[in-house]
Write a protein of this length. Structure first.
Ligand SMILES: Cc1cc2nc3c(=O)[nH]c(=O)nc-3n(C[C@H](O)[C@H](O)[C@H](O)COP(=O)(O)O)c2cc1C
Length: 305
């Protein structure tokens, strides 16, 4: 095949030039000028919440084999700061801007979305369902179908922008939760956020992170995420963005075969800020080597025969 393969994919009403984008909180375009606008499918800044959150600053710990333990996922400078200081820097022609939103009540999410509605440069909203729901018992919104539905439908009622539900992997009934998000008005899914996990220092006998559990991301979670993507794809026709342990182009292809239309790269960026360029090149090389004209030809094409 002499022609360049077609890397474009469709997520809701967006045509992305590449299936590779960063995962929220792991990469900042401002500090990585080597990325041209065309090198990525989309850019997603760190979660923005209504108010400032500077609470949990416990140390991040690198684990073996491209995995990362961290306790710093729910931090934000708040929507005021974000709109005035951050948004202008992120408005880049040709690169779709997707804003990831955090909150501790459904009303907080809706308030942030209402504030962002006027910005035409924002092409889609990603809801971080791994946030604690303080209207309930403080458990993550994404653990139950009911809280997933009520959050997504609340946000749906205040915006026409495409909504991407970033699901939690810490669940047993992912298909029910997927359908609840779809019924609430989601247009796509990100599968998934990091896993809750624990690590203990056997000398001090204390948890290695400041609190009991932390977030585990990177290579260690990839097979778990691949199976979750597969299960989501079984029950919904909405596009899925795979997130969890994509360290190479082959990892991305694996997720796409399981049913993802695109992938997010998180931990790999923390380990190597040029990771997304390498991953994109490896996807292209795979398509050329296998004479596949378009990445879309591979979505959900795992062979179960
Ligand atoms: C340091 C760090 C910060 C993160 N911050 C956020 C965040 O602000 N919002 C969010 O939805 N996910 C956040 N995540 C989760 C990632 O976006 C991603 O979904 C997860 O790490 C799984 O992908 P990975 O294995 O490629 O890292 C963060 C992850 C890490 C490692």
């Amino acid at each position: 095949m002499s022609q360049e393969p077609d890397l474009s994919v469709k997520i809701a009403n967006l045509i992305l030039k590449s299936p590779v984008m960063n995962a929220s909180g792991t990469f900042d375009l401002i500090y990585e000028p080597s990325y041209s606008a065309n090198g990525l499918g989309a850019f997603i800044p760190k979660s923005v919440a209504l108010h400032e959150h500077h609470g949990e600053q416990a140390a991040s710990i690198f684990e073996a084999e491209g995995s990362l333990f961290n306790a710093a996922t729910f931090l934000s400078d708040g929507i005021d700061f974000f709109e005035k200081q951050v948004m202008p820097d992120y408005t880049i022609d040709e690169l779709p801007l997707i804003i990831n939103i955090s909150g501790e009540t459904a009303d907080e999410f809706a308030s942030v979305v209402e504030r962002l509605e006027k910005h035409d440069t924002i092409k889609a909203l990603e809801l971080n369902l791994s946030c604690p729901n303080l209207d309930d018992n403080g458990e993550m919104f994404g653990l139950l179908s009911e809280t997933t539905y009520s959050l997504v439908s609340k946000v749906r009622s205040v915006t026409d922008k495409p909504l991407i539900a970033k699901l939690s992997p810490n669940v047993t009934r992912i298909q029910e939760i997927t359908l609840a998000a779809e019924q609430g008005g989601a247009n796509a899914f990100t599968m998934a956020n990091a896993f809750q996990a624990m690590s203990i220092d056997i000398e001090t006998r204390k948890p290695k992170l400041g609190k009991v559990a932390g977030s585990l991301s990177g290579g260690a979670i990839r097979p778990l995420i691949v199976y979750l993507i597969f299960q989501v794809n079984q029950v919904s026709h909405l596009p899925i963005i795979g997130s969890g342990g994509v360290l190479s182009g082959h990892d991305a292809i694996e997720m796409i075969l399981a049913g993802a239309s695109a992938v997010q790269v998180g931990t790999a960026n923390v380990l190597n800020p040029a990771a997304m360029i390498k991953i994109t090149n490896e996807i292209r090389d795979y398509l050329i080597a296998h004479k596949i004209p378009s990445i879309s030809d591979l979505i959900g094409q795992v062979d179960l025969s």
